[in-house]
Design a protein around this ligand. Sequence first.
Ligand code: HEM
Length: 491
Amino acid sequence: MWHGICNQPAFVAPDGVAPMDTSMTQNRPHSDLFRPAAPVPPPSRPRFSQVIRGMLRADFSHFSIKAYEKAVYPIPTLGRRVLMPVRPKPLRTVLAEQHPNYPKSQVMQRLLAPLINDGMFVANGDIWARKRRMLEPTLELSRLKVFLPLMQGAVDDMIARLRARPDTAMDVDIETMRVTADILCRTMFSERVTAEFVDELAEAFRRYQASTPEFMALEVMGLPFWVLPHRVLKTRRTSRQIREMLARLVRQRLATPEEERPDDLLSSMIAAHDTVTGHRFSEAELIDEVVIFFIAGHETSASALSWALYLLANDQAAQTRLRDEVETTLPPGPIAFSNLRKLRFTRDVFRESLRLYPPVTCYLRDPQDQADLGRTRVRARDLIAVVPWFVHRSPKNWSHPNLFDPDRFQTEGGRESTRKSYIPFNTGPRACSGAAFATQEALLILSAVIRNFQVDPVAGHTPQPAAWMTQRSRNGVWLNLVPRTSASAQT
Ligand code: HEM
């Protein structure tokens, strides 16, 4: 049953065994903290038909409170058994300690094959290890300094676009999608793409991802994708379009003499070689990996930023604190790399947004051999679904899990929960390679928007979380961005 979206404390998490968190946000009691939009879980276990309906709607409204509390929750399906680890121990087993027994699922490979073949995001075993080794230097911390001015250019353009708008109410999702696509294009291809190219590419990715909930539901029912022939053909057409758009840029760069290539992500991928085997990426492999960076790093960052702005709009005290921090830490003019690290509260707001609305909705794994996951016996034909939404909102893992409380990361209890039960970027060997990149762009975007705009909710609008391939809002994220005129309002 759909219980709607609540802004009210309709679901009061029982006091569990989460480390007690005695934080007070700047002396604010927990009762003053914002409780953001989330479905209210039904009290009992859902029927299979409810699960399928929920999957097609792509929300978590059909998951009972048990899904938030059990160590390993069995998601009811007709065919393959799906197990969802929620508590720290089984999570650690699957994602880190026994990860070779839990490689990435073939479900993900089937969903993404038309776009990325066996690129790093879905590959397993030696192929994955080689690609990860080769791509590691591309995103290492020292490279972030090189990307800073490229990211800054895209953020400046976004602020100019927003300031030029005649109306203040907007679906910020559209702008966060645009600026994160722009950042990826600039850091990948330097300045060589137009705004139209960025928009066309972002739109093609949106169309591709829109079909994933239906394909996921077919997987759970054990049906082939071809029962939806129109969808399959449409998805193939879209993936061809995306690959061709990016392939043209890869070929242009390969034709450019080495000494004339700009210092960006693509040049770094072309130069990558495996220190063990000497292997270099072929043209087709390069296209796979470029597409992966867009899949992994575009909607994810956009989703995180839209939710962060929604949270700040609804917690004006946090918004003012963030603005004060930005204005005292970042002098006017180009932002120094070293200053970004000082934005502690801004970073905690971003981390808290990732906890409440983790952008990657599901990490799927195929167990290879039978094994014990706590008290649950895993069989080789089961599917493991790690869903960070439940990990992050479990009252057993976090204190006051449904409240927006950026200060929790500075408390002892919050730090312990972070260590054990905070997985927006995954953990272990398959953890996100772009986490530092994503954090840097988020700090730049959040600080620029809050410095330049007063951000308020739009009356009557409550976003409805939808677990598509990334955690989005079905009805957009509508906010009022009112330009600020003070001298410090600049990027
Ligand atoms: C807020 C933004 C982001 C979030 C929340 C995020 C989250 C994740 C997660 C959860 C995974 C692992 C998925 C799984 O194990 O099934 C992952 C993998 C990955 N991410 Fe990110 N990501 C973000 C941004 C980025 C960016 C900006 C890039 C690149 C520029 C990137 C590149 C990658 C790559 C290449 C992988 C595959 C790593 C591997 O399989 O070894 N991500 N990301």
